[in-house]
Ligand binder design. Structure first.
Ligand code: NAP
Length: 236
């Protein structure tokens, strides 16, 4: 949250932070989201996850109107992504991955893209974005059989598992583009990705580091989504 607030300041977006006590009730959180939804001076809303266990996150997120959904998590925006309709907002992390691929000139059309992880906020929208960009997409998860061989055939490999240095050199194709979404701690407590960066980096054509790769892009795309929502609101 600190980084998001700082990034807003840097680009001139006014950000309002509402910190509720850990024992806030479902009703209190919903009332706050409803008040922000009704406030015309607010263009984007995000509820920072995870929420305390006694709260129903799904019900709270459902209170964010699609036209103020800065995180791109609501059913309407996910539905638009599924339909390849670009008028919604897109989950910031996979959206940031697409921007990275675009800026580095990685062609996706017809390529074999493998996404490891199927969470609602990373894996699933990543699959849809790659598919919408004409890649041939395979999605893997904890029940996938033959994961190593599937990964080793990927031209573009996106890992969003949450397991430190899980993807090793033998799971990666020579010359592949590797996007490491994972944010984990290694045995020494250092921040690291899902990919064994040192073992893999000489085998691939491009690889994102952790920290410093996908993470900053997530925040950049949150700002992008907010600006897009503000522009659309002002055009109405
Ligand atoms: P998540 O909700 O825990 O999902 C993890 C996914 O990985 C699940 O689909 C799970 O499969 C799959 N998985 C777990 N172990 C596996 C294995 N051994 N082999 C194959 N698949 C496996 O996590 P998330 O929210 O998507 O986040 C994933 C990682 O990205 C985390 O490290 C998180 O911190 C990081 N992250 C980074 C950013 C950023 O801005 N850089 C943003 C969001 C998340 P099942 O579905 O079968 O359980």
């Amino acid at each position: 949250m600190r980084n998001k607030i700082k990034a807003c300041e840097e680009v001139g977006i006014r950000s309002l932070s509402h910190y509720l006590p850990a024992n806030a009730t479902q009703k209190e959180v919903i009332e706050l989201v409803r008040a922000l939804a009704a406030d015309k001076s607010v263009h984007g809303i995000l509820v920072q996850l995870p929420l305390p266990k006694h709260l129903n996150a799904k019900e709270i997120l459902a209170e964010i109107p699609a036209e103020k959904d800065a995180d791109g998590f609501c059913a309407e925006n996910v539905g638009k992504l599924t339909l390849n309709d670009e008028s919604g907002t897109v989950s910031c992390t996979p959206y940031g991955v697409m921007e990275l691929l675009k800026r580095y000139g990685v062609s996706l059309c017809g390529k074999n893209a493998v996404v490891v992880g199927r969470s609602n906020i990373v894996g699933r929208p990543m699959v849809l974005l790659l598919l919408n960009a004409d890649a041939t997409v395979t999605v893997c998860h904890s029940k996938t059989q033959g994961l190593k061989d599937i990964c080793a055939r990927a031209d573009i490999l996106v890992s969003a598992i949450g397991k430190a240095k899980f993807i090793t050199a033998d799971m990666v194709k020579e010359g592949a583009v590797v996007i490491d979404v994972g944010m984990n701690r290694d045995a020494a407590g250092n921040l690291c990705g899902d990919v064994d960066f040192e073992g893999v980096k000489n085998k691939v054509s491009l690889i994102t580091p952790v920290p410093g790769g996908v993470g900053p892009m997530t925040i950049a795309m949150l700002l992008q989504n907010t600006v897009t929502l503000a522009e659309r609101a002002e055009l109405c």
